[in-house]
Design a protein around this ligand. Structure first.
Ligand SMILES: O=C(O)c1cccc(C(=O)CC[C@H]2O[C@@H](n3cnc4c(=O)[nH]cnc43)[C@H](O)[C@@H]2O)c1
Length: 243
């Protein structure tokens, strides 16, 4: 089993790698680089255990960087699964600070058009898709192993910072548990390669009026490490569909 874990920033990648180290994953050394090969993005950090490989890639903030980085990595190596991981905003009261969420659906919540009647998703405009669905059994098993809540996780290009925007999002996605800025980009790139994707978020802040003093990034990064300490046995026992 070879898994690509895509985070936004290095601190998230380090937390993921620390969890994988707890689970016995070790570095086999740097990957060989072919002379003259363009490297627009650092290659993922490779960690191995018992014939399984986890590659961890900080690809940048936002859906575009996430999709580009994921697609580059998927073009360089074959993966069985892609995981979008990092911190995120939790919708109160279902996803309190420091807890974990696993996406049952990965939703591009601001991909579409505004209209006087309200937001029109890209599907209502007649093209594209705004939802990607991870394998349900795997999602359930991961949520159970992590003690995580499962529900739709929204991908937004603009992080929510007002009560009005929070209410709009919940009106359209009443069962949403969290929002972040990369999941749909990672999952769309994975889908185009025929690879399944998961999204796991550790809640650093509540979705709502902007209040940076209330963010608990350290606690969320620690929760991310705990999550990746528990995750490997679940992924290792999963059989991906043929693709
Ligand atoms: O300064 C702000 O108001 C602000 C608001 C939201 C996010 C940021 C960031 O710099 C972090 C972006 C980074 O973290 C993920 N993230 C964490 N919490 C949220 C959230 O409530 N809404 C959206 N994204 C969030 C995100 O995936 C990015 O990777 C600053």
């Amino acid at each position: 089993m070879r898994v690509l874990v895509v985070t936004a920033v290095a601190a998230e990648a380090d937390s993921v790698a620390a969890g994988l180290a707890r689970a016995g994953y070790v570095s086999p050394g740097p990957a060989p680089v072919r002379p003259g090969t363009a490297q627009p993005l650092e290659p993922p950090v490779r960690l191995c255990a018992g014939g399984h490989e986890m590659h961890v890639l900080p690809a940048g903030v936002g859906p575009a960087a996430a999709a580009a980085g994921t697609a580059l990595a998927l073009g360089r190596a074959r993966y069985d699964l892609v995981v979008s991981a990092g911190i995120g905003g939790g919708f109160a009261p279902v996803a309190p600070l420091g807890t974990l969420v696993v996406a049952s659906n990965i939703v591009a919540a601001d991909l579409g058009a505004e209209s006087p009647e309200g937001f029109l998703p890209v599907t209502a405009l007649g093209f594209g898709r705004d939802t990607l669905t991870p394998p349900a059994e795997l999602c359930r098993a991961v949520a159970e192993a992590l003690g995580a809540r499962s529900g739709p996780v929204l991908t937004v290009s603009t992080a929510t910072g007002t009560a009005r925007r929070t209410a709009e999002l919940l009106d359209r996605h009443p069962s949403a548990v969290a929002e972040a800025m990369e999941g749909f980009g990672v999952a769309e790139a994975a889908a185009q390669y025929g690879v399944e994707a998961l999204e796991i978020r550790a809640v650093s802040n509540s979705v709502g009026p902007r209040d940076r003093s209330a963010w608990r990034i350290g606690d969320a990064l620690a929760a991310l490490t705990d999550a990746f300490g528990k995750l490997p046995p679940v992924l290792e026992s999963w059989t991906p569909h043929e693709h």
